[in-house]
Write a protein that binds this ligand. Structure first.
Ligand code: PXL
Length: 279
């Protein structure tokens, strides 16, 4: 059997169901060994909480990478998410360039913005740094706000086909091999994703659930990574991820105290069934 080892690079938000506390269980449940490179440790995520702690791990990255190289530890895929500082982005670019095995896959989620705004603590300098990861991405997974910031396009509430295709084309021109715009579709009143590989725009639309949850981008990117590493083609992996996010959001609807994240744990078995994995 061909065992795959992937590396995911993002923060540990101790409470809040995002980043590594989502990526580690989901990708592992997809049957893939998941190594981690934590970018920062926060007491909670930064959305909807105040007074959180933040320990930046930027300066640990070069030594961690050097040790892995010494041990000959390389990865079949590298998936990046929330990064802790502008300086760190260059270190992460270096890890993407040098720690993959031959034919490894880079999945870049430019986790930095939503709802027309950058997340707390990010600025234009960080956005510019994040642009340097685009040509390294086999799969770039922005939401529409991130796509606007990365392309320097003013954010608009208008999400018609012309606007969405323009964003996807620009990101492709900026060097991404494939772009998956999340949380959008070409069908009015629905959400989903649009995958652009430079040739076709492949659209998948599903129901929009009234109450969205924090961290769903991380559930999406983690599930996509896990499904892709199980040999699914990109469109199928993206569809499995979209359906799993819907299941997790539905599962969270009845619990108003759970607004800080989406409950994916009770529906994990559905992802296992979909991928034919028995835990
Ligand atoms: O889910 C994205 C994310 C990840 N990590 C931290 C965050 C956020 C979004 O706000 O604050 C720390």
């Amino acid at each position: 059997m061909d065992f795959k080892r992937i590396l995911t690079i993002q923060d540990i938000s101790c409470v809040g169901q995002c980043s590594l506390t989502v990526a580690l269980p989901i990708i592992s449940a997809c049957g893939i060994e998941t190594s981690v490179l934590p970018t920062a440790v926060l007491s909670t995520h930064t959305g909807g909480f105040t007074g959180f702690t933040f320990r930046d791990l930027t300066d640990d990255i070069p030594a961690i990478k050097a040790h892995w190289q010494k041990e000959g530890l390389y990865f079949d895929a590298i998936y990046t998410g929330y990064l802790g500082s502008t300086k760190q982005v260059a270190f992460v670019a270096d890890v993407l360039d040098s720690m993959g095995k031959e034919n490894s896959i880079n999945i870049v989620d430019p986790a930095m913005a939503d709802g027309g705004k950058l997340y707390y603590g990010f600025d234009d300098e960080f956005v510019s740094a994040m642009r340097t990861l685009i040509p390294r991405a086999d799969f770039l997974l922005p939401n529409i706000t991130e796509a606007c910031f990365l392309t320097g396009t003013p954010y608009e509430e208008r999400h018609d086909r012309e606007f969405l295709e323009m964003l996807l084309r620009k990101l492709k021109e900026m060097g991404a091999k494939n772009v998956i715009l999340t949380g959008e579709s070409f069908t009015e009143g629905k959400t989903g994703f649009i995958l652009y590989d430079g040739v076709c725009f492949l659209d998948y639309a599903h129901e929009k659930i009234a109450r969205g949850c924090h961290g769903t981008g991380d559930i999406y990117a983690s599930t996509f990574t896990g499904a892709l590493m199980n040999g699914k083609d990109a469109f199928t992996a993206a569809k499995i991820a979209a359906n799993f996010v819907v299941e997790a959001i539905k599962c969270s609807q009845s619990d108003p105290d759970h607004k800080y994240g989406a409950r994916f744990e009770p529906v994990m078995y559905k992802l296992n069934e979909e991928l034919g994995i028995r835990n």
